[in-house]
Design a protein around this ligand. Structure first.
Ligand code: ADP
Ligand code: MG
Length: 140
């Protein structure tokens, strides 16, 4: 399997509860390497642009408000099959459905405030990484 990069976000519910290190340990324990990382405060407009694919969904406004409510940690994870591997480590969107040991099973508060974002395909990973990081910030 090819080495891939994927975009991860530690969401406001998790940064509020000081869970960055515990979540990063889950990635590293799974063999994912954090090759870029920064803590930023999104505006609601920036969150809206990032999640534009969801703009017709009923939860879109609530999602954008939430993502702008406190700092987030945006990061690039690298590894063999990193996109699917990260989705496995994250667990299902709704923590009630997330497998034991996953980030969302352990830390998420609700289907909306679910601690992490992860890209879902190579095309979205490339676009999402470029939204937050320049090539110069990706040092491998
Ligand atoms: P995932 O983050 O697992 O890829 P989606 O892409 O379907 O999930 O949704 C993006 C984000 O929108 C979710 O992580 C969650 O924060 C929010 N969300 C999804 N479904 C709901 C819902 N039914 N109610 C509120 N928020 C939701
Ligand atoms: Mg998604």
């Amino acid at each position: 399997m090819a080495v891939e990069r994927t975009l991860s976000i530690i969401k406001p519910d998790a940064t509020n509860r000081n869970l960055t290190g515990k979540i990063n340990a889950k990635f590293e324990d799974a063999g994912l390497r954090i090759v870029a990382q920064k803590r930023i405060q999104l505006t609601k407009a920036q969150a809206g642009e990032f999640y534009a694919v969801h703009k017709e969904r009923p939860f879109y406004d609530e999602l954008c408000e939430f993502m702008a409510s406190a700092p987030v940690v945006v990061q690039v994870l690298e590894g063999e099959g990193a996109i699917a591997k990260n989705r496995d480590v994250m667990g299902a969107t709704n923590p009630a459905d997330a497998a034991a040991g996953t980030i969302r099973a352990e830390f998420a508060e609700s289907v909306g405030e679910n601690s992490v974002h992860g890209s879902d395909a190579p095309e979205t990973a490339a676009v999402e990484i470029a939204y937050f990081f320049s090539g110069l910030e990706l040092v491998g």
